[in-house]
Design a protein. Structure first.
Length: 168
């Protein structure tokens, strides 16, 4: 993995200690840097974008890893989800994906293990979706305090049923 710059390391350390707000690099509609940062707590401006990563972890049985959102989360409490989050200012996109995966599940991955499925442009974000092939036992996962409280492996059929019943 690449060595992170000093600014990024300090920011990540302070975020984990909840001492500063989360900052994102801003991009234009063509995904070009605006050389500005955005505080997560502030409303996004239409025409400015940040990058969100989603990671679908799939095991050798072709089951998909889901985590359960903490009941105190502001948005979608007690909903099952794939690993996802925003790329922090100073991070590469793959660094952000690897960090989010580790923070939310404890899974350690290398950037080159992530396979890009695609990118979707939303109102204020570019969402890059990755797949990670990994066998890991649920008992080996580490849930992120305040973010995730449980995990399960599901088949694609079960994932479809969960979507139909608004559990995801």
């Amino acid at each position: 993995m690449k060595k992170r710059n000093y600014y990024f390391s300090i920011q990540l350390h302070m975020i984990r200690r909840k001492q500063i707000m989360e900052l994102w690099d801003l991009l234009d509609e063509k995904r070009q840097p605006l050389n500005k940062m955005h505080n997560r707590e502030d409303n996004m401006i239409i025409g400015q974008y940040h990058v969100v990563v989603g990671i679908w972890t799939v095991n050798s049985n072709n089951e998909i890893l889901l985590t359960l959102r903490h009941p105190d989360k502001k948005e979608y409490p007690n909903f099952w989800e794939n690993t996802a989050g925003s790329v922090l200012a100073g991070e590469t996109i793959r660094e952000g994906a690897v960090r989010e995966l580790f923070e939310e599940t404890g899974i350690v991955a290398n950037e080159d293990e992530l396979f890009l499925l695609g990118t979707k442009k939303e109102e204020t974000a570019f969402v890059d979706t990755y797949i990670l092939r990994r066998d890991v036992k649920i008992s080996e996962l580490t849930m992120q305090e305040g973010e995730t409280i449980d995990a399960q492996w599901v088949t694609l059929d079960k994932l479809d049923r969960m979507l139909l019943h608004y559990q995801l």
